[in-house]
Design a protein around this ligand. Structure first.
Ligand code: 48N
Length: 333
């Protein structure tokens, strides 16, 4: 017996219609198909207030149609960024701005991107950045107070929400949050020594293996929950140094014996830590660039504690390294 045919037709538009394009209005409001009530028209008129009619399947289709289109589009990405903390978001911003031609998949295991940058140190609100990282705040038009050698953003969330909103507005960037990278895609390399004095590796990174974060955290109590994949010639890993899967990619490289060991993050020393992270941001193994605090685990750099300038400038540098590699290997990876 054939299943019952779903007979309901969506109100008005054709069921399989492509998503409506939201158009920016001339005064900044978004108008969709001429429905452009203003807040002022609604204020004081709540007694007979009514939303436009909807059917639940329309909401389901609005979400799923777009999500699965994105999965299809970004199954082959140009650059994957693992970890949407301050470093990963800064790298994404720079790539979104400088390379609108590249498809960037930003994978974040948390529901909320931002990593450790929603608060300053010890859950305090203010965020400190040492100069010259104030240049990045001016790039984003984030206001700050200038205290000579450093600047202070009144609330870290002001920085992170501004950066996040700009990253999400780039048409070539897709954020997959609540999604964990649980492995790396690898390809064998001829066993030739790599550049920048890293130990010879027998492989290059060719993308990432993903799963819903909640699934990733239950492999020990539920078997056979296979992952998904995203192919990409370049991956930027900025998974931080703490949290449930901090320093994920570099730990995986050790697990695959591509790196002998991690030197491990050292004690707090602001003056040496931040310079080392920015200067050291690089392609650690072919196809994998590491930045932010994940790098401190590789190089044994000091931690810097509650100052974020190195995170944003490491992100800027990671993007620059990625574009340089991309340009240099136009003939293929
Ligand atoms: O903020 P984090 O942890 O990492 P960074 O490097 O962007 O910024 C580090 C910074 O917040 C500090 O730690 C400051 C400067 N303190 C230093 C110190 O001395 O204490 O962001 C990493 C992001 C997080 O949002 C994680 O949820 C995410 O990466 N993440 C992952 N996302 C996807 N797949 C994974 N396997 C994964 N692992 C972590």
């Amino acid at each position: 017996m054939s299943p019952p045919a779903a007979t309901f037709q969506e109100l008005g538009s054709v069921t399989a219609a492509l998503p409506m394009k939201a158009t920016g209005g001339d005064n900044g409001t978004i108008k969709a198909n001429g429905v452009d009530k203003t807040i002022a028209e609604m204020e004081g008129n709540w007694d007979d207030f009514k939303f436009q009619p909807i059917r639940e399947s329309q909401v389901s289709r609005a979400m799923t149609r777009r999500y699965f289109q994105d999965l299809d589009t970004y199954a082959e990405s140009d650059i994957v960024i693992v970890g949407a903390g301050s470093c990963g978001l800064s790298a994404a911003y720079m790539l979104g701005k400088t390379r609108p031609d590249l498809k960037i998949a930003l994978i974040e295991s948390g529901v909320a991107p931002g990593g450790g940058a929603w608060l300053g140190g010890q859950l305090f609100s203010a965020m400190v950045m040492r100069k010259p990282a104030d240049a990045f705040l001016r790039e984003l038009s984030v206001p700050y107070e200038d205290e000579g050698t450093h600047v202070v953003v009144k609330h870290a969330a002001l920085f992170t929400s501004t950066l996040l909103s700009k990253v999400l507005s780039f048409p070539n960037i897709k954020l997959f949050n609540a999604t964990a990278v649980e492995d790396l895609i690898t390809r064998p390399l001829p066993s030739s020594p790599t550049s920048n004095n890293n130990p010879p590796t027998s492989l290059r990174i060719a993308g990432v293996v993903t799963n819903w974060t909640l699934v990733t955290r239950h492999h020990d109590d539920q078997s056979c929950m296979d992952p998904n994949t995203i192919n990409a010639p370049l991956t930027i890993s900025t998974t931080g140094h703490d949290g449930p899967s901090g320093a994920f990619s570099v730990n995986r490289l050790v697990g695959m014996q591509v790196l002998d060991r991690l030197k491990g993050m050292q004690g707090l020393d602001m003056n040496s830590a931040e310079d080392a992270i920015v200067r050291g941001t690089r392609e650690v193994v072919p196809g994998l660039i590491v930045g932010g605090m994940e790098l401190s685990e590789v190089d044994g750099a000091n931690r810097m504690g509650p100052t974020f300038g190195a995170m944003v400038l490491s992100g800027v540098r990671a993007a620059e390294v990625a574009v340089g590699i991309w340009e240099g290997r136009k003939g293929g990876f």
